[in-house]
Design a protein around this ligand. Structure first.
Ligand code: GLN
Length: 484
């Protein structure tokens, strides 16, 4: 069963070869067996999931089902789920039971998917290794004591170890794609505004976007079908028809123009990762794609711009955690100021505090023009780079991450950690869709390749990834020790 994709499980459910209750129990048993070590879940919803599975079985019996009815899905613990703890990986929200449902999880519920649990993540989605969680680090199933990437590390680890048929993630600067790469799964960050952010706890509102984390591109297309769409509750969510993302998966990629930025070729990439990327380019060329060199001159300053803009927005978004209305409150405050100060000192972890301080500094009157304004100008130049490139090519290919996974505790200084997102951040700054999928192994560790497409071209990215997955089997590999 653990070798089956979501698409295959969906068929098995509809053909009544298996019930949703059986399938849900199968994953709950795997969570029981493996998650003590992996720590990929913050909350496992045993009873709730089995009840949802019963309801799903009834829907399938009655013929009123969708492709995701009865499929066990793990939700990143950043999506508010009514009546169920929603912690965002923080002590600040350790006691928070969401009073309402996010649009994304609501859509899964409507589709009849089974929510099996809430996955571990870096606190407030700040991180690239999942070491910043209040609930402890997550392990990558591919190697003992290594990180799954972040911030959606719990979701990536859970899908890689087959503890759920699919999961959701959110991506502000790479948090879907980078962990997908490090765990050997497929992850898609949609165009900004494609998926509603209502009820998705805010980190940097102009960058955050939710998306699917799955075994295959076909599975990601099926999950995106559920997640995407207009929502009046999110004013940045775009009112644009949602295509059926599975309908063009089988199109040939003959004649597809793939751009490879010359800046990336020259960048700091582990030699084994570079080798896998070269092989991938060869494979895509043999499938009929045309490879062109493109120029992205401003990507080298993308990381710096991101680390002004994201903390600036975070410092504003996180001002709401003050101990007054919900979440953590310090014991016995002496007065209001003492309550604010101690609540925030005790409730937030180090990385979150670092971001709030950087962001507040960048937005302060004397430095606003020098930092925030400058960063916004760079953001515009990066969008222009893409615009120019998309005149000549259909998609842009880079490694997802410069390295494979690393040991827990190995990367100590924040700047080195930030550098792991150097290839993913530019797409967030421009609001463009990006996908990462497995493209090889380096020393028995998964390597991911990234494709960035033009606005709303998720279907094209999924098509290319699916075609590649018809030619290769990297996406079918299961880490050792995780078979039934
Ligand atoms: N690793 C990046 C950061 O720490 C991106 C995080 C994200 O995409 N949520 O900000």
């Amino acid at each position: 069963m653990e070798h089956k994709t979501l698409a295959e499980l969906s068929k098995a459910l509809q053909n009544k070869e298996i019930s949703s209750v059986e399938l849900t129990q199968f994953y709950l048993d795997r969570i029981n067996k493996f998650d003590e070590k992996l720590n990929s879940f913050i909350t496992v919803c045993d009873e709730h999931a089995l009840n949802m599975a019963k309801a799903a079985d009834a829907r399938i019996q009655s013929g009123n089902f969708t492709a995701l009815t009865g499929i066990p899905v793990a939700q990143k613990d950043i999506f508010c789920t009514q009546g169920i703890k929603t912690s965002c990986g923080s002590k600040m929200l350790d006691n928070f039971i969401a009073p309402y449902e996010s649009t994304v999880t609501h859509k899964f519920n409507e589709a009849g998917a089974v929510m099996i649990g809430k996955t571990n993540m870096d606190e407030f989605a700040m991180g690239s290794s999942n070491e910043n969680s209040y609930y402890g680090a997550v392990q990558n199933p591919w190697k003992n004591n290594t990180v799954p990437g972040g911030s959606s590390g719990g979701s990536a680890s859970a899908v890689a170890a087959r503890l759920a048929a699919a999961a959701t993630g959110t991506d502000t600067g790479g948090s879907i794609r980078q962990p997908a790469a490090l765990c050997g799964i497929t992850g898609l960050k949609p165009t900004y505004g494609r998926v509603s952010r209502y009820g998705m706890i805010a980190f940097a509102s102009s960058l955050d976007q939710g998306g699917p984390m799955t075994q295959t591109a076909e599975d990601a297309a099926m999950v995106l079908n559920v997640m995407a769409g207009h929502d009046v509750k999110d004013s940045t969510c775009i009112n644009k028809d949602v295509p059926d993302y599975t309908s063009n998966l089988n199109d040939s990629i003959k004649g597809l123009r793939i751009g490879v930025p010359e800046e990336y070729i020259a960048g700091d990439i582990e030699a084994d990762v570079a080798k896998c990327i070269e092989e991938t380019i060869k494979t895509l060329r043999s499938m009929g794609a045309e490879i062109k060199t493109v120029k992205m001159p401003h990507t080298k300053v993308g990381l710096s711009a991101y680390y002004i803009i994201a903390p600036a927005e975070a410092s504003s978004n996180l001002a709401r955690y003050d101990g007054v209305r919900y979440g953590y409150r310090c014991n016995d405050p002496k007065n209001l100021e003492d309550m604010y100060t101690r609540t925030r000192s005790e409730g937030f972890g180090d990385e979150v505090k670092r971001r709030i301080m950087t962001g507040t500094y960048a937005l302060s009157a004397g430095y606003y023009d020098a930092y925030y304004l400058k960063a916004q100008q760079i953001r515009k130049l990066i969008s222009e780079d893409y615009k120019q490139a998309f005149k000549d090519v259909d998609v842009i290919l880079t490694p997802t991450s410069p390295s494979t996974t690393f040991e827990i505790g190995a990367v100590k200084d924040p700047i080195s950690m930030y550098l792991t997102d150097v290839f993913t951040i530019p797409a967030n700054l421009a609001g463009l869709p990006g996908i990462s999928f497995p493209c090889g192994m380096a020393n028995n560790l998964p390597v991911g390749v990234q494709l960035v497409g033009n606005y709303f071209e998720e279907a094209k990215l999924l098509n290319v990834a699916h075609q590649y997955q018809q030619e290769t089997n990297w996406h079918t590999m299961l880490p050792e020790g995780y078979s039934a």
